[in-house]
Unconditional design. Structure first.
Lengths: 197, 197, 197, 197
DNA sequence: CATGAATGAGCGTTCATTCAT
DNA sequence: TATGAATGAACGCTCATTCAT
């Protein structure tokens, strides 16, 4: 238990990842130097390069973590045993809540993806696509069932909603007039209202 | 007319601004070097610094241009002589069209704002705020008239729509299945449907 | 009378020289840009290069002016009709007063001489040498007459006094406890006392 | 002993400091480029910035070294067990000798201090002040004892002497007619003679 | 006489990464 | 495992000077 930890007992890789996440969100990927990350994590450069192949790998790990989390939650809501309106509403609200809860990761996600090398970028986009499609399937299911209007292509509906989710990191403030849940409910409500036949 | 131009006759400052816009959108602000900008514009560094105080000034100019354009267009639609639904629908569709028409500027706008120094950032945010508020006033006008639902605070409605506009640069492709106008109409339609009482 | 002047009627070359003198003294030769000089003088770069061949020429002109002035004054005191102690005392005090009165020029003189090109440097050193030698001749005259001690070589005596003159720009402040004349009298007194047989 | 050295075995920071000292003295601080320093030291720029935060830090280090040395020596002479005339004479001569022995450092000191940032400048001035005051205390001690004339304020006496010390780098040449010690003795003698009651 | 756009070389500094220990 | 000295390429920016007008 004395290995790869320091003082607080958190393993070095986690400490590095946490420091990198905070700094990338604060100042952006390019403006964060490896030196700053290792100082914030309380280790040396050698240690970082022992656990991560490059600065970019660190960024990819941040992505991988948030992508995994969001996909799991979406799957849980989407596959639940409930009417389609309810499942879509809950999934739509949940992505808002988890995005707010991980606003740092979200900022990085929407602002730093183009810093990944083409291959890694492609991989992230693919996972992102899977997420998008599971969400779209919900919309289409409701459209086929006649519960949702088919006036707008499902793809566009999904992008409409995700746009507002991405946008959260631009305007949401924890000390604002609305709680996370209220924001989530409102945004889910707007989506469902737009889909009324 | 032989002043400050070269070969094609376009003034040097414009050439620099155009080159910077394209490059900032392509690879991001931090990843674009001053050297690349001046090479793309066919001038030397000295010329750039003759017209612009810094690389950051170049970025601010890009912002200033697009902010001015969008504000003008919004004002025109918002102050038109037509029913409120119509005015909101047209304004909502128009911001989509002009964003697509200037997708480079838009990408820069939503991804590089945090690269501006605090003071310049503040100024841009202020102008942005003015735009947001003009749009919000339209929503509130409809809500007061009972034409739009008041279920969702107008602020949130505006952010919902603008989120999808920002998101355009992430997914819109000119060679996609929908034309600019179709995308604009769909997105405006989603907004109006969500606002039905 | 409307030529080469501006507003205040001072000829452009003088205005440039005055601006350069102030700025060179304030921030040093290398840290003063040609742009700053022309702005301070209220003219453009072209005007500067019309009257002066280079930035260095400006510096040389500053030197030439102060050298001429000091040489003239020394000659006047040295060739006066008075006992040698009196003539040396007055010359020694006068160089202190004129140095304090032109503290800017003096700072430049003692700090920026090595910025001149070899040829110009040589010329300035030569004129400086002439000044030194006229002063030394006074000391030697007194030594030969037995009025001054010969314990120290005259050269060294001169450097001893000039050292304190150069040093003035380091510590003299107009709002200090001593007036210019008091400082001058004290320093001349120290010299004369050191020379007592 | 194989760490941070190269070829000759001298540690890199020392090599950099030595190269910088020589070059700053030769051509002045502003005229010496970082590139020239690292080339003279046989390392790369990265190495310099590994050990020193900036070019200015290098200059400050030169100052710190000479200030420390001179203060130590002055303290030793001033606190010795000997009559006041003897202690002042020896201290006055010693500062001349050590200045000549480190003429490079001295040139830099008297010509480049204004290149330091305000904060660092202040620090250097403070240490310099301490030195000045220890020296002044010696003069005052002799004045109170009636051994030295009180005709001139002690402050001015100190500045008179230090002026000649600063001036050394302007005229002293190792191949001149006088040895270091002879120059030192003469200058100390002039000071003591000037202080005779 | 005077302008100011433009040059081009050089500046101090940063930084991801490597590697001997 | 982990260190930290060192690299080397690139970065944003400055500036004395030139020259067509």
């Amino acid at each position: 238990m004395a290995k790869a930890t320091d003082g607080d007992g958190t393993p070095v890789p986690q400490r590095l990842l946490a420091a990198a996440t905070r700094l990338f969100a604060e100042r952006g990927y390019d403006r964060t130097s490896v030196q700053e990350i290792v100082e914030a994590a309380g280790v040396t450069k050698g240690a970082l390069y022992h656990y991560f192949g490059s600065k970019e790998d660190l960024l990819q790990e941040v992505y991988a973590r948030v992508l995994r989390l969001q996909q799991e939650r979406l799957d849980a809501y989407a596959n639940a045993d409930a009417p389609i309106e309810e499942r879509l509403r809950e999934a739509a609200a949940d992505v808002v809540v988890t995005t707010i809860e991980n606003l740092d990761d979200a900022s990085i996600f929407f602002r730093s993806m183009h810093h990944l090398s083409p291959e890694k970028n492609k991989q992230v986009r693919m996972e992102r696509r899977r997420y998008h499609e599971r969400f779209r399937a919900l919309v289409e299911e409701g459209q086929r069932a006649g519960v949702f209007s088919s006036a707008t292509p499902a793809d566009l509906v999904v992008d409409y909603h995700f746009g507002s989710v991405h946008h959260l990191s631009t305007w949401y403030r924890p000390d604002g007039p609305l709680t996370q849940q209220e924001v989530a409910d409102h945004l889910a409500d707007l989506l469902l209202r737009a889909l009324r036949p």
